[in-house]
Design a protein around this ligand. Structure first.
Ligand code: FE2
Length: 277
């Protein structure tokens, strides 16, 4: 049986890569995404890649790691943690999960490849969220499909442009890895709210800022992320910006650019090779 509902592919094709879209999947019965298998996965992964954080933080500053010593694997085996958000980061390092991610992307390839070319840097993240978990406003520099497996979520997205995401925040992310964003109440008017049930999956456009609220039941989601040749070029072009500013030249701003910055990316790679960046 296919993992993605074939009827969803034309829906995704209408939106990809610039707009969010909800599609349907058949992963609910996938044993790898049950609590027993996920607990085993959490034990097999390096401890630093199994994060357990505060589930009801108001903002990025409060979204900190728990320090009570509770074992995330035990909590997952028990059906989830009432007071934590647990993330398995980089689940593609486990061969069975890597195969699952590749199966999913192979089914999506007829939509993805014509628009953004072959997928690169495939990664997987599993989120086991307590009821009511709030993931504060942030962005991720990747294409993402979040598959809702158990429980519900309201996933709110904003456009990847100012005032939600500005050039300084993009550059800071690529320099220091910080992806949390400041939330302004006025942003709510621009949000698109996606109500996800088990069997739903949401495509999140590259760098689209978002915040997520889990429903009243324990939630399990799988995020599959990837890059394209163009998204890699964006990252390379952003790395060149500080040097261009020092020289009084215009910086690259993805929100204003038309098309991928191939020349800037090539210059950035040369700059890295000769130690300029
Ligand atoms: Fe995210």
């Amino acid at each position: 049986m296919s993992l993605i509902d074939p009827a969803s592919l034309p829906l995704l094709a209408d939106s990809y890569p610039h707009h969010a879209a909800v599609i349907r999947h058949h992963l609910a019965a996938e044993p790898l995404l049950g609590h027993a298998a996920l607990a085993a996965a959490a034990r097999d992964m390096p401890p630093a890649q199994v994060e357990r954080r505060v589930h009801d933080a108001a903002d990025g500053a409060g979204f900190s790691h728990h320090a009570d010593g509770r074992d995330p694997a035990e909590a997952i085996a028990a059906g989830g943690d009432d007071e934590a958000w647990i993330m398995l980061r980089g689940i593609e390092q486990l061969p069975a999960y890597r195969a699952l991610l590749h199966r999913l992307l192979a089914e999506l390839a007829p939509v993805i490849a014509p628009a953004t070319g072959p997928v690169r840097d495939i990664k997987g993240f599993v989120f086991v969220s307590a009821p009511g978990t709030h993931t504060p406003f942030h962005f991720d520099a990747e294409y993402n499909i979040l598959f809702q497996i158990a429980g519900t979520k309201v996933f709110a997205t904003c456009p990847p442009a100012p005032p939600f995401l500005d050039l300084a925040r993009r550059e800071a992310y690529h320099l220091a890895g910080e992806n949390m964003l400041s939330w302004e109440p006025g942003f709510a008017e621009a949000e698109q709210h996606h109500h996800l049930m088990p069997g739903d999956a949401l495509f999140v456009p590259f760098a689209a800022p978002h915040r997520v609220l889990a429903g009243d039941a324990p939630s399990v989601s799988l995020s599959v992320t990837w890059q394209s040749r163009a998204s890699r070029a964006e990252v390379e072009a952003l790395a060149l910006n500080p040097v261009l500013r020092r020289w009084g030249l215009p910086a690259h701003d993805p929100a204003e650019a038309r098309g991928a910055p191939w020349l800037r990316a090539a210059a950035s790679r040369i700059g890295q090779r000769i130690g300029l960046l």
